[in-house]
Design a protein around this ligand. Structure first.
Ligand code: ZN
Length: 266
């Protein structure tokens, strides 16, 4: 059996492992940054929604106040006219107009009350939220309960954290860029070599790594596949010791002797 082909593949796995190790230096930072950015976007949206609602209330309140004031002015004018009314018919007609304007004022006042009550409810919700925060009962706080100032502080915190994590990640990426580029070059060359010398092994390797699995070639460890810990049949040990490979029956990984990885490091 030609064992040199498997050595070529172990070398490729060894190089890929080194890149993985460098990427793992990023300590999950990309995922952490993604999560932070999502939190940040959600907080921004919450604040925007609240601001829009406040502006809408302000406008509506202004409009209702103007309406009521205009009605009051009209009423004053009608009363003035009433003092000059020449007969009951004219007087009654003016009374009816005054009544109409009074109804309009009442409607405007109901509208204003609704706004105030809504705002009162919002304040009460936020007060409840503040209390829950003080008691560390965070999981009971709904979005509406988050006090405005806490939400604003949260936004600042998320911004700062995202910035810090991005800086940290960029630092690592810059530090390791050269090493990664050099390794990538070696990997490309190794793959070219395998493509001509051991195409089927390379295909098998790529197939195994097409999912989330990264270690397609693994060392035999305590007579088991170190990828999934399934025991390797005794009658295969000799072949592995001699430098051959075994396809794990359980996970499909390529199992080789540990020694081959040491040799690949040279
Ligand atoms: Zn296995």
């Amino acid at each position: 059996m030609d064992h040199s082909k498997i050595n070529l593949l172990v070398r490729l796995q060894h190089l890929d492992n080194q890149i993985e190790k460098i990427v793992s230096l990023q300590k999950g930072l990309p995922e952490e940054i993604n999560a932070l950015e999502e939190d940040l976007a959600f907080t921004v949206k919450q604040i925007e929604t609240r601001t829009a609602k406040n502006e809408e209330h302000l406008k509506l309140r202004q409009h209702l106040n103007e309406t009521a004031n205009a009605c009051r002015e009209k009423i004053d004018a009608f009363r003035e006219k009433q003092t000059l009314a020449r007969n009951n018919k004219e007087y009654d007609a003016l009374s009816k107009q005054i009544e109409y304007e009074e109804k309009e004022i009442a409607l405007a006042e109901i509208g204003l009350q609704d706004i105030s009550q809504g705002e009162q409810r919002t304040r009460e919700m936020q007060e409840k939220g503040r209390q829950l925060i003080a008691e560390n009962r965070y999981d009971e706080i709904s979005d509406d309960m988050m006090p405005d100032d806490v939400l604003a502080q949260q936004l600042e915190d998320f911004k700062k954290q995202t910035e810090q994590k991005n800086e940290e990640l960029n630092g690592i990426v810059i530090e390791t860029a050269e090493e990664v580029a050099a390794l990538q070059k070696q990997i490309d060359a190794q793959r070219d070599l395998l493509a001509t010398e051991a195409k089927r092994l390379l295909d098998k390797y790529d197939h195994l790594r097409s999912g989330s699995l990264r270690n397609a070639v693994v060392p035999l460890n305590r007579n088991a596949c170190s990828g999934c810990n399934t025991r390797v049949p005794t009658n295969r040990h000799t072949m592995i010791v001699q430098g051959g490979f075994y396809l794990c029956e359980s996970c499909g990984r390529i199992v080789v002797h540990e020694r081959l990885f040491e040799e690949a490091d040279d």
